[in-house]
Design a protein around this ligand. Structure first.
Ligand SMILES: C[S@@+](CC[C@H](N)C(=O)[O-])C[C@H]1O[C@@H](n2cnc3c(N)ncnc32)[C@H](O)[C@@H]1O
Length: 196
């Protein structure tokens, strides 16, 4: 994760006390724990029960009460409750692009007025994208099969902006991020819901 983005997150979450955050694809809880520390009440959702177990252990050790729900984000009911803050960092690009964009379009309805969204996904550029483009089969433009039951998707800024109708984008940047010696370009986004 980019250092710049971490600084922006701190500014974005300064008014966290008591607010409700939904962390989609929370994994072991890097952001859930960070936000719990800032005073948010967190619901962490992930497909992977082992990662959620680790998140709960960490939360317990650090004295936080974080709710967890094992669910595929594609099936998670986004109409049941509205949140002050939704986080989807480094998770939605593990869906086929059309499915990820469908989830992103529905986030608007799951946010309270002025609710905020913090998201990062792979950008459709750079070495990682070129690698998958030349080595893997493409199931839809920008989505590649990486194993029999796994895909990875790469997005353009315009695709993300179009999916965020009704949201004001406070920050959208593409930055290079190096993970396991692979350079990847990542879209970092901060947005808020306007109107109801
Ligand atoms: C690279 S980790 C990122 C975790 C965390 N957001 C972070 O930034 O540290 C991606 C997470 O997305 C989860 N994930 C992938 N596909 C998912 C899906 N369809 N529904 C829910 N979670 C999913 C994985 O289980 C994994 O925990």
């Amino acid at each position: 994760m980019s250092d710049n983005f971490d600084v922006l997150i701190e500014q974005y979450t300064a008014d966290g006390g008591g607010k409700i955050v939904l962390d989609l694809g929370a994994g072991e809880g890097k952001y859930s724990l960070k936000l719990a520390r800032l005073g948010f009440r967190v619901l962490a959702v992930d497909l992977d029960t082992e990662r959620l177990e680790k998140l709960r252990e960490q939360a317990k050790r650090q004295g936080f009460d974080i709710q967890t729900q094992q669910s595929d984000v594609r099936n998670f009911d986004l109409t049941k409750q509205q949140y002050d803050f939704i986080v989807a960092v480094n998770s939605l690009h593990f869906l086929e692009k059309s499915e990820a964009l469908d989830v992103i379009r529905r986030l608007h309805g799951a946010l309270r007025a002025q609710g905020k969204l913090l998201m990062s996904v792979h950008h459709q550029s750079g070495k990682l994208f070129e690698h998958y483009k030349s080595h893997n089969s493409m199931i839809e433009p920008g989505s590649f099969v990486i194993s029999p039951d796994k895909v990875i998707s790469f997005f353009t800024e315009d695709e993300i902006k179009a999916a965020l109708k009704g949201m004001k984008i406070d920050y959208l940047g593409v930055e290079q991020f190096t993970d396991q010696s692979k350079n990847q370009n990542v879209i970092y986004l901060l947005a808020r819901k306007i109107g109801n």
